[in-house]
Design a protein around this ligand. Structure first.
Ligand SMILES: CC(C)(COP(=O)(O)OP(=O)(O)OC[C@H]1O[C@@H](n2cnc3c(N)ncnc32)[C@H](O)[C@@H]1OP(=O)(O)O)[C@@H](O)C(=O)NCCC(=O)NCCSC(=O)CCC(=O)c1ccccc1C(=O)O
Length: 264
């Protein structure tokens, strides 16, 4: 897969997605978002992948949201036409939340605006001590009425979430840890070894249990979509059973299915 604005690597069960625009502090264009969509979809369908790392290039920034230098009335264009917000930011956030594998945010620096939303929607976040996190929407003329507010409330509580969005302050990694915004803070030079340890620990766990837990965590808040993910997660397991195949076999053999052996 060829990408221009991200780096996508897969090794030993881990897919690593890196926003690669360090000169813009890893701010995103519409092309970045399309590439993130593509990489996340590949990580979803590749059975060899058990964990996904989401990060940015360099020591300065994880992701600083939309690239303000290319923003106009149509959105964030760049080398391609601007994607509608609901196609770009929303589908990346949606994929991170629904890919049936843990996604770890490796927060190596500034996580701001849409970039902060990405770290919020990741399953787990490990931050360098030097990272700074926060929202900027009301300062720069934007807001996230979806996961970036809803999931933030669930992480830090309503009052703190409102403070983060209304005040547009930046918080240190330790402040983020204290308010439940990230899982762990380590010195920058230990970030990769820490993230690796978490990946290895996750790869030792049952992938199906992790998948069903991820769907269960969002089932209540995501309405029919959440229930659908949980249900379809069960359906994909049912498809692999002899009981399910009896229906298909009976159809092909032009006989009535016999499910009597499967009553429990
Ligand atoms: C990150 C800073 C605090 C760093 O400050 P500092 O250390 O002083 O460095 P700078 O000199 O400011 O920056 C270095 C270099 O990087 C460029 N840069 C940094 N951030 C961006 C950016 N977002 N866009 C474009 N360029 C950026 C900066 O210009 C410098 O380049 P030079 O060539 O040297 O000039 C500080 O940089 C900062 O505050 N950055 C801006 C953060 C920000 O406001 N982000 C946008 C938030 S809005 C957003 O993300 C929209 C998306 C969104 O929120 C969203 C999410 C979900 C659903 C919907 C939406 C929606 O669209 O609304």
């Amino acid at each position: 897969m060829n990408f221009e604005e991200i780096i996508y690597e897969k090794e030993n069960g881990v897919a690593r997605i890196t926003i690669n625009r360090p000169e813009k502090y890893n701010a995103c264009t519409s092309l970045t978002l399309l590439e993130l969509n593509k990489a996340l979809t590949d990580a979803w369908v590749d059975a060899a992948v058990g964990v996904v790392i989401f990060t940015g290039t360099g020591k300065k920034a994880f992701c600083t949201g939309g690239d303000q230098s290319i923003r106009d009335k149509s959105g964030y264009a760049g080398t391609i036409a601007a994607l509608p917000v609901e196609v770009g930011w929303q589908t990346v956030s949606h994929l991170i939340r629904t890919i049936p594998k843990p996604v770890i945010a490796r927060v190596n620096g500034y996580a701001i605006g849409g970039g902060h939303v990405f770290q919020v929607v990741c399953d787990l976040s490990i931050a360098a001590e030097t990272a700074k996190l926060g929202q900027a929407g009301p300062k720069v003329g934007s807001f996230d009425p979806g996961y970036g507010t809803g999931d933030l409330v669930r992480a830090v509580g309503l009052k703190k979430a409102k403070e983060i969005w209304y005040m547009c302050q930046l918080y240190t990694a330790h402040e983020a840890l204290e308010m439940g915004l990230v899982n762990k803070v380590v010195p920058l030079d230990q970030l990769d070894s820490e993230v690796d340890q978490w990946c290895q620990a996750l790869l030792e766990k049952s992938p199906t249990a992790l998948k069903m837990l991820k769907y269960a965590f969002h089932a209540e808040t995501d309405g029919v979509g959440g229930i659908t993910n949980l249900g379809v997660g069960g359906l994909s397991m049912y498809y692999g059973t002899d009981e399910s195949l009896e229906g298909r076999n009976a159809f092909m053999e032009k006989r009535k299915p016999d499910y009597s052996n499967y009553r429990k």
